[in-house]
Each structure stands twice: as structure tokens, then as C-alpha cells.
Design a protein around this ligand. Structure first.
Ligand code: PMP
Length: 425
């Protein structure tokens, strides 16, 4: 028997084609719909070996604390009540915010309470909320160049105008920032936000020193823009925690910090937060319109934290990432110093590698893929990029396990030498 809905299904399918969806998108979404995939593999290149990855900035795949996470999840599922399986509204699961408040108070220079925290679906969820709450279309968001492009998608998604500020080996350039601010003011523009990854920056690895943080706060106070400090990597120092943060130096006034368990633990857990003055948290709580966060993940995390597993894990990971950074940096210095330059970071996941004149990042990227190793082209971190040859690549040494890291670097060396010798893919 013919289903009576067949004709309407057929007619609807004629209406709702790809173009109709595009036409239905709002003006901002429609404009962004054509944005290319910055992390795609090179066209027409077949890797000669199974790919190894120096392109993935996530925790080491061999070192995830699976047993402890499993145990924490089991504990939650064996509880008699249903709190982990029903909605949780407002700023988020109290035990996790309490843990954050205690840890921040102990480690980050000033005492805060759980109402200084609001939980989100990763720090990108937090950044998205901040952009949607604070920024009107056409308002300016200043950011570092290069920067983490994921956040720029959040900013473009609210119609913000993004204005890049240059960096040097110590991070954001305050003199360039001042010039950009003056120029924007001259054009009558409203600067709403400055987005910085002040500690162990992605992709450059730099950390802003106290003097620059103070200069930045001074300017933010005068020009009345909000500072958004993306602190995804701050806990992953190799030697010592930086002595202060933009949050501690400002007392949290006018500074929003976002954090995440993604880099210290696992990206799939999707728990991030805003750390800010309770007045700001209050605003964000009132402006969040979904039905709350993933309670199962939060309850599991609460149990994991309660048992003290995070501290011991992060301590181990700091040692591991330091070892990996040294292995990668030593390898590159010993084998490729005629062709590349880079600085050693004091924390985080990345080496930002400058190719010497004549070497194109695009050729290195393509040839490396053919040799069986993925790297990122530097232009993908440059807000006002034009796809072209470029002079930087980013090496992420975090994800690939130690036993494969040297092999991955060796393949990169082969690729760079091929490009140097005119044998690019
Ligand atoms: N900020 C920075 C600087 C990052 O590098 C990343 C992840 N690559 C994020 C935010 C997003 O992390 P999350 O998983 O917490 O959304």
C-alpha cells in the first residue's frame, strides 16, 4: 500500500535542497557558509605511509587515565538518585565549581568562591557565550596574530570585526596594540573585546610577562574594552607556574578567563568554564538559554576530581610534554637549523616554526603529507590570511605517543630536505 505521505515528502524534498537551506541562513551564517576547511589534507597527495600527526593539539593518546575515568563513571551510575541523568541549570554542577574555586584560590594568586565560575561545553562553548552576550555585529574584537582560529569562528559568528595585533617572542605587542586602538577609534569603531591566549599561546607557545600584562590592563581600563584570556594551556607549564595572571592582576575586574579540562585531561569530556567576577557570571547565567550542561560528564568529573586524580595526572603530563618538547626541539635544531628557526616554549603543546627564505610552508605541508606526517600550515592561524606560500608551520608534539614522535619528526626532516632540494610534492 502506498504511504499517503509519499507525495508531500516528494514535494518537500524538491523545496528543501542545498540552495534553499543556504538562502534560509541568516545574513551572518550565510556569509560564513563558504569558509573553507582550514584543517583539510592537501588535495591530490597520497601519503606513502600511514600518517603520523604533528598537527593535532590534544592530549597524548597513550596516556589518557582510562581506568580512573571508568571508575568515576561507574561510581556515578551506581548512585541511587537521578541527578546525573536529569537537567542541571544555572552556572553548573556545584562540586566542579567548588573544586575550581579552591584550585584557583590556591594556585592563582587571589581567593575566589564557586560563584566566580560558570561551566560550559568546553572552553569554546564559553567563548561562544561571551561573544553572543557582549558583542554586537560590527563591533571590534582585537586578537593576536597568529591565533587559535576556532575562536575566530565564534567571533565571526556574531558578526564581529576581527582586528589582528602583532606578536613577538614575548607575546602580544603592546605598541602595535596601542596603534591599532588609535586607528580604530579614528574610524569611529567600538572596541568591545581583546582576545588573548596569554599563557603558552596556540600556536606560538609564548607567555606574556607581568610588565606586558600590566600595560594591557592599563590600556583596557582607559579604553573600556573587556579582556578575554583563553587559558587552555596555563596548567601545562614545564618548570613553574607563571607568577600571575591577567585575572589575578586585575582582581577579575573587566577580565574574563576561560579554562578547560580538554588539554590537561581529554578533549571529548567537553567541560570548560568562564572564570570571572560574579557580576559577569550572573549576566552570562541569565543569558544562557539551553537546558544546561552535560550532567553525566560533570558528575563523572566531580568524582574524578574528588579522588584527586587530576592533580596526579597533570603532574605526570607536565613531565611528559616537557620531554616531548625537548625531543622535538633538539631534533629540529640538530637536523634542520640551516632551514628553520623557532623558540622553545616553557609550556604547552606547540613549536611555531619559521621557515627560512625560499622555503614555502605550502610545499612543506604537501611534501610532509606525502612522506607520512601531518603538520599545520601557519597561514591557518593568521586572521587576515590569504592562502599562499606562507613562512610558518605549527608542530604539535602533544598527541603522537613518545615512541612515534622521533619517526614523525624524521619524516618531516625528509620532507623539508626534499623541498630544499627542489623535490617538493
Ligand atoms: N582555546 C584554545 C587556545 C585552544 O587551543 C582550543 C583547542 N584547540 C580551545 C580553546 C578549545 O578547547 P575546548 O575543547 O575546551 O573547547
Amino acid at each position: 500500500m502506498k504511504d499517503q505521505s509519499e507525495p508531500i515528502k516528494e514535494r518537500l524534498s524538491q523545496v528543501w535542497n542545498k540552495d534553499q537551506w543556504l538562502q534560509s541562513a541568516n545574513a551572518i551564517t550565510r556569509k560564513r557558509a563558504g569558509a573553507g576547511n582550514l584543517w583539510a589534507s592537501p588535495d591530490g597527495i597520497e601519503p606513502r605511509k600511514e600518517l603520523l600527526y604533528l598537527s593535532v593539539g590534544i592530549p597524548d593518546s597513550d596516556e589518557l587515565p582510562r581506568a580512573e575515568l571508568n571508575e568515576a563513571m561507574k561510581d556515578v551510575m551506581h548512585r541511587n538518585d537521578d541527578t546525573s541523568l536529569r537537567y542541571g541549570f544555572g552556572p553548573g554542577y556545584y562540586p566542579v565549581r567548588k573544586y575550581l574555586a579552591e584550585t584557583y584560590s590556591r594556585e592563582r594568586g587571589f581567593a575566589v568562591t564557586p560563584d566566580w565560575f560558570m561551566l560550559f561545553n568546553g572552553s569554546s562553548g564559553a567563548i561562544d557565550q561571551i561573544a553572543r552576550c557582549l558583542v554586537d555585529p560590527g563591533e571590534v574584537i582585537l586578537c593576536e596574530t597568529p591565533t587559535y582560529m576556532g575562536s575566530l569562528a565564534n567571533f565571526y559568528g556574531v558578526g564581529a570585526e576581527v582586528c589582528p595585533v602583532t606578536m613577538d617572542q614575548d607575546g602580544l605587542s603592546i605598541s602595535d596594540l596601542k596603534q591599532k586602538v588609535q586607528a580604530l577609534k579614528g574610524q569611529g569603531k567600538t572596541i568591545k573585546l581583546l582576545y588573548t591566549i596569554s599563557t603558552f599561546h596556540n600556536p606560538t607557545g609564548t607567555a606574556l610577562n607581568t610588565q606586558r600584562k600590566m600595560a594591557l590592563l592599563d590600556l583596557a581600563e582607559r579604553e573600556k574594552f573587556v579582556i578575554l584570556d583563553d587559558d587552555a594551556y596555563g596548567d601545562l607549564y614545564y618548570e613553574a607556574r607563571p607568577s600571575d595572571t591577567l585575572s589575578s592582576l586585575s582582581g577579575g575586574h573587566g577580565v574574563l578567563t576561560v579554562g578547560t579540562f580538554s588539554k590537561v585531561l581529554a578533549t571529548g569530556i567537553r567541560i570548560g568554564w568562564i572564570h570571572a567576577h560574579p557580576d559577569a557570571i550572573n549576566l552570562f547565567t541569565r543569558m544562557k538559554f539551553d537546558m544546561g550542561q552535560n550532567q553525566m560528564a560533570l558528575h563523572m568529573m566531580g568524582r574524578f576530581l574528588e579522588k584527586g586524580h587530576l592533580e596526579s595526572h597533570v603532574e605526570k603530563m607536565r613531565v611528559l610534554y616537557k620531554k616531548k618538547m625537548i625531543l622535538a626541539a633538539d631534533f629540529l635544531s640538530e637536523n634542520l637549523s640551516d632551514h628553520i628557526e623557532f623558540n622553545r616554549p616553557s609550556g604547552g603543546f606547540y613549536l611555531w616554526v619559521k621557515l627560512k627564505p625560499g622555503l614555502s610552508a605550502r610545499s612543506v605541508w604537501r611534501t610532509a603529507t606525502q612522506e607520512g606526517v601531518a603538520v599545520n600550515q601557519g597561514y591557518t592561524f593568521i586572521p587576515d590570511y590569504r592562502q599562499g606560500d606562507g613562512e610558518y608551520i605549527r608542530i604539535a608534539f602533544s598527541w603522537t605517543p613518545m615512541y612515534q614522535l622521533e619517526e614523525a619528526l624524521d619524516r618531516l626532516k625528509t620532507a623539508i630536505l626534499r623541498v630544499v632540494n627542489g623535490k617538493a610534492a
